[in-house]
Design a protein around this ligand. Sequence first.
Ligand SMILES: [Zn+2]
Length: 350
Amino acid sequence: MSTSERRLGLLERLAEGPVICAEGYLFELERRGYLQAGAFVPEVVLEHPEEVTQLHRQFVHAGSDVVEAFTYYAHREKLRVIGKEAALEQINRQALKLAKEVAEETGTLFAGNICNTNVYEFGNEEAARQARAMFEEQVGWAFEAGVDFVIGETFSYAEEALIALEVIKQAGLPAVITLAFHQAPETREGWSAAESCKRLADAGADVVGLNCIRGPRTMMPLLEEIVPAVNVPVAALPVPYRTHPEEPSFQSLRDPDYEDLPSGRPFPTALDPFTCNRYEISDFTREAYDLGVRYFGVCCGAAPHHIRSMAEALGRTPHASRYSADMSRHAFLGSDPALREQNVAYKSEL
Ligand SMILES: [Zn+2]
């Protein structure tokens, strides 16, 4: 292939402009009725592969430049909890295959994924060894599937993220590493966002930043400290929920209008009233872009309309933009001269 025909890799695309990576597969497939909240294990790739493929396609249609294999939480520890460790390799290989097919059919990037192990514990050598072994097996399968890069995400221990990064780099692949900050503006070992990301960038991460847990409003202050601290592209993938300084994480949100929640809090199945609208996602995207963020996405809770808003805020017109709102043709609220005056005049009565 000549250079002009060759598909650009992640780093080449980032050199040309921002990259969007849609996420949020767990929550969206849970809402659609194909994945169980709680354990949150992506068995759907085996049980309903067509639903995963469709969601990959819908996110690309909405503007994602990346198809991320749905291997989030498809690791040894999560499968141990549900008694299905035997299916570990099959789930990973199947998730990678589904993502690769959509990436190939759409000309998008194909990403592998690893995440917080829930095994890692600060200062515990044995736990660090176990976490490394879990990363090695998953990165191995991703490498064999031919991923363009690997995303290591949702780490609340920066040390665990550093181990994940080492494993990805040993495989010779580009690494996008994103941390998850809970209520405290520091990692579980007590490092600031700027310090953690700087250490990750210094250790060879190609992209560093934040994903999950915090919504746009409470992720932004952390991004403001990360961008000037590193010399690699910064990633921002908030959850699309209205977190605020008193309740900075989506797990800490409380709903004053509904008390009978099965888990005592809106997370994870009753977050609907806190969902950001698409315009809030555009605002966040523009603000983060102006700050210097270059790798974008929306995490748990994201739906395709959020990704379309993000893409449009970056000046793109994904296929889904053909259906972006045009209220000028609304029978009552519109302005098109073809509309009936009796309805337009009734607008204030709606
Ligand atoms: Zn998430």
